[in-house]
Design a protein around this ligand. Structure first.
Ligand code: PHE
Length: 451
């Protein structure tokens, strides 16, 4: 903890800590679980290409905007807008983000629960096999068992509560900065092993040779939603982390590094999964089950596979927790800084709310599977409402806020560290993209995808 004399707020204590924590927010199940399955569901390389464009033209500029807004106001995601635009309704951006956080946490914590369960299954070794039906049964058995799904999810939420109680720098930095490089290294190994499977090239073609016939409005919206989700945008996570950034941190450079690293992790996850999918005859469009059904089969082909599979699920669990910390930080900061509720109490109130909300997702494939809206169960509905609706809307409003209230001068001053960085030409270009290209793209894709 390195609170400056001027404020009693906690903050990240070093440049590397800032980067690690921000990366810790971005890299998580979005990369390892969601990216592969959405790419698989939406036809592979064409989807990937659109996703790349969305990351570059929407994700990166918005990440710079959110972090710098947070650092300029140094308060919670609702307070940021009350401080920078007092007496206006712009704070609704923060409130919408809060709603997204609750929806995301509901299904995210359920999936982290599955990851925890797979740590256990890896230790016992029963899933170290290339037998497809056994792997499918194992996953199906877990998600359709209400007690198991709930129990693992609640354990995850309890753990997150404990970590948050320890505060920003000690809790978040300590965990994420040590484990990220390990995860990276292991993914390289798994990808290499997957590429060595006979027939692996089919998977590489799927990932890199675009088939544009699969692209329609819905696919565009999914790619946009994934860009928001993976970079933790449109919910307030980057804004609140930005509020803990050091004054001398180079925000645009940090955002670029985070984006590139996040992309690399996703590509490695894709390279670990798709070669195996095609080599071993799995279905690339098997949805949320994809990671859990395929990755054990890759480990079954590797030397030391048993041990490495345990390490893989443990590291995935840590990456997911790093991301969850940045989600939970949003309600906690709002309760603490808006409503003056003591941090520890705010944390446990949030965890309690999430146990309730999360149970709806955890039970969506068993007890609550009959609860459907628009053909989606609760799990899919929460995902749809957050990444395909609320997050893009919040992103759009953020662009408008920068355009209409903060204006070029405010944006450039904040991101050049008040002129210390001499990068104003570049920043003016980013401002133009952020306030013209980004909002137009979000609006077009949303209208096209929803109507
Ligand atoms: N970016 C995280 C991941 O990819 C998820 C996340 C979304 C975190 C939104 C914070 C806010 O796993």
């Amino acid at each position: 903890m390195s609170s400056s004399p001027a404020s009693a707020r906690d903050g990240f204590s070093s440049g590397f800590g800032v980067l690690a924590a921000t990366l810790g927010s971005a890299v998580g199940l979005g990369n390892i679980w969601m990216f592969p399955y959405q790419t698989g569901n939406n036809g592979g390389a064409g989807f990937l290409l659109i996703y790349l464009l969305a990351t570059l033209l929407v994700g990166l500029p918005l990440m710079i905007a959110e972090i710098s807004l947070g650092r300029s106001a140094r308060t919670d995601p609702v307070g940021v807008y009350r401080k920078l635009a007092p007496g206006t309704l712009w704070w609704i951006i923060g409130a919408l983000g809060l709603v997204s956080v609750l929806l995301i946490m509901s299904f995210y914590s359920a999936v982290v629960g599955w990851v925890f369960a797979y740590v256990g299954k890896s230790v016992s070794g029963g899933i170290l096999t290339q037998d497809r039906s056994l792997l499918e049964q194992t996953f199906g058995g877990l998600v359709s068992n209400p007690a198991a799904a709930l129990g693992w999810q609640w354990l995850v939420l309890l753990l997150v509560g404990i970590i948050i109680t320890f505060g920003v720098s000690r809790g978040i930095e300590a965990v994420t900065k040590r484990l990220m490089p390990l995860l990276f290294g292991l993914l390289v190994l798994v990808a290499l092993a997957a590429l060595m499977l006979p027939g692996a090239m089919e998977g590489v073609r799927f990932l890199f040779l675009p088939d544009f016939s699969r692209i329609d409005g819905q696919v565009l919206l999914k790619a946009l939603g994934l860009a928001f989700f993976k970079l933790s945008l449109g919910v307030g996570s980057m804004t609140i982390y930005g509020s803990y950034f050091r004054q001398q941190q180079n925000i645009p450079r940090t955002a670029l590094t985070v984006m590139l690293a996040d992309l690399t992790v996703s590509m490695l996850a894709g390279l670990a999964i798709f070669p195996a999918v095609f080599a071993l005859g799995f279905n690339p469009a098997s949805g949320p089950a994809l990671l859990f059904q395929t990755i054990p089969a890759v480990f079954a082909s590797m030397p030391l596979g048993h041990l490495l599979m345990i390490v893989f699920f443990v590291l995935t669990a840590f990456a997911a927790i790093g991301a969850m910390l940045s989600l939970v930080e949003v309600p906690v900061a709002i309760l603490h800084e808006r409503l003056r509720i003591e941090r520890a109490r705010a944390t446990w109130l949030t965890v309690l709310a999430l146990v309730g909300l999360g149970s709806l997702s955890a039970l969506s494939s068993s007890t609550l599977s009959h609860v459907q809206l628009g053909g989606m169960n609760l799990f899919d509905l929460f995902d749809f409402l957050s990444s395909k609706l609320l997050m893009p809307i919040t992103g759009l409003l953020t662009c408008l806020f920068v355009l209409l209230r903060w204006k070029q001068a405010g944006f450039v001053a904040a991101n050049s560290n008040e002129g210390a960085l001499h990068n104003t030409g570049l920043l003016r270009a980013v401002f133009t993209i952020l306030t013209k290209v980004t909002p137009l793209l979000i609006l077009t894709v949303m209208l096209y995808g929803l109507l």
